[in-house]
Design a protein around this ligand. Structure first.
Ligand code: GLN
Length: 368
């Protein structure tokens, strides 16, 4: 049974066994890419509904991981396909969810649920195979603390620095395989997706990943050519300490921020963030690059947004969402700093926006 804070109760079937999960219920409109969505740490504390009606048909594999774990607390769909057919598949979606202790729920009227979330907004919700008392479940959904003002980054950031190579993560501080690489990049891990690291490495960067709480001085001591601010979960305004660190780095090195990293930059510039009604999650969000006039189709996953009116005069809006006009990208006009709200690393989604990593490379080249 699924209960929402507005009193709505829906039924479905668990295909992963019994359990219970509370969180913020949101929807994603991607037609494929469920493994990348499940392993994106930005979904920490959320219950994810897929609008695409059939999920699981290509199983899961060892290569499409965007982090080492699964982050939404439950995965909700219309129909689960229990017999995957794909040469890359190494397990079924049910086996994968069970391995990480995540509830998989099918048989849900996801069209009704999505319309409800669109009309009412993202809501607190609870799913249970045990407590089937509607009134109790609705009350417990309302009791869940919500995401606003809470630091979810502490739950997913790395405990220790690590490096990234073409073969994946390597333990320890320092830049791995730096010989012959053009740039050294320090990447703040707020809940980083591996494809950001894969792309930076492919573009010739030696990458050192650091925990979210790493101070500005510690980052500068690594003598990077550029600093990268990753995506991550929850409310940017609830993340402890990070905004001050980032503010101290402004003007010192080129900085590129994605999603939560972009929101943290907005706060470091002195701006503010707000919660969108139901957020943007999917692979077909149209964004206009105001610097070139081009429209790109983007991969997105966020529930908070930087308020453009709160930004100081030296920060320029570079990208806007064509569905609702919200801020999708910005750059500082004095410092080599820019960021986007969406996901140029895709995974899953269209590759239209990958050019932004080239812009970061150019920015580091200009500043060297
Ligand atoms: N993908 C992200 O980095 C999401 C940022 C933030 N947690 C939000 O929901 O807006």
């Amino acid at each position: 049974m699924i209960a929402l804070e507005d009193g709505t109760v829906l039924t479905g079937r668990s295909f992963t066994g019994s359990g219970e999960a509370a969180g913020e219920i949101v929807f994603n409109t991607s037609m494929s890419g469920y493994q990348e969505i499940l392993t994106d740490p930005s979904y920490t504390g959320q219950l994810v509904t897929m609008t695409y009606p059939l999920i699981g048909n290509y199983g899961v594999n060892d290569e499409d991981m965007e982090s080492a774990s699964v982050h939404p607390r439950a995965f909700i769909m219309r129909e689960y396909q229990r017999f995957p057919s794909n040469y890359r598949a190494t397990a079924t979606l049910a086996e994968f969810l069970q391995k990480y202790g995540i509830l998989g729920i099918e048989g849900v009227d996801t069209r009704m649920l999505t319309r409800l979330i669109r009309n009412t907004g993202a809501m607190k919700a609870i799913i249970s195979t045990e407590d089937l008392d509607e009134a109790s479940l609705v009350r417990r959904a309302r009791e869940w603390p919500g995401l606003v003002g809470r630091d979810m980054v502490v739950r997913v950031t790395c405990a220790k620095p690590y490096g990234w190579t073409a073969a994946g993560p390597v333990e320890g501080a320092g830049y791995p395989e730096a010989d012959g690489k053009r740039f050294k990049v320090v990447a703040y891990d707020f809940g980083i997706k591996f494809n950001q690291l894969r792309i930076l490495t492919e573009l010739g960067c030696a990458v050192q990943v650091v925990p979210a709480t790493t101070s500005a001085d510690e980052v500068l001591a690594l003598e990077p050519d550029g600093i990268f601010l990753s995506n991550g979960p929850g409310d940017p305004a609830g993340v402890e300490g990070v905004v001050d660190n980032v503010r101290q780095l402004l003007g010192k090195k080129p900085i590129f921020g994605i999603c939560l990293g972009h929101q943290i930059l907005g706060l470091a510039f002195g701006g503010s963030t707000y919660k969108l009604k139901f957020g943007h999650r999917g692979g077909n969000q149209p964004v206009k690059d105001l610097t070139t006039g081009k429209v790109e189709i983007t991969s997105q996953n966020h529930g908070f947004c930087v308020d453009p009116d709160s930004l100081p005069a030296e920060v320029e809006v570079t990208h806007i969402n064509l569905n609702d006009g919200s801020l999708e990208g910005m750059r500082h006009t004095k410092y080599p700093v820019f960021s986007v709200q969406y996901h140029p690393e895709h995974a899953p989604g269209p590759h239209d926006a990958q050019y932004l990593f080239d812009r970061f490379i150019e920015l580091m080249a200009e500043n060297n």
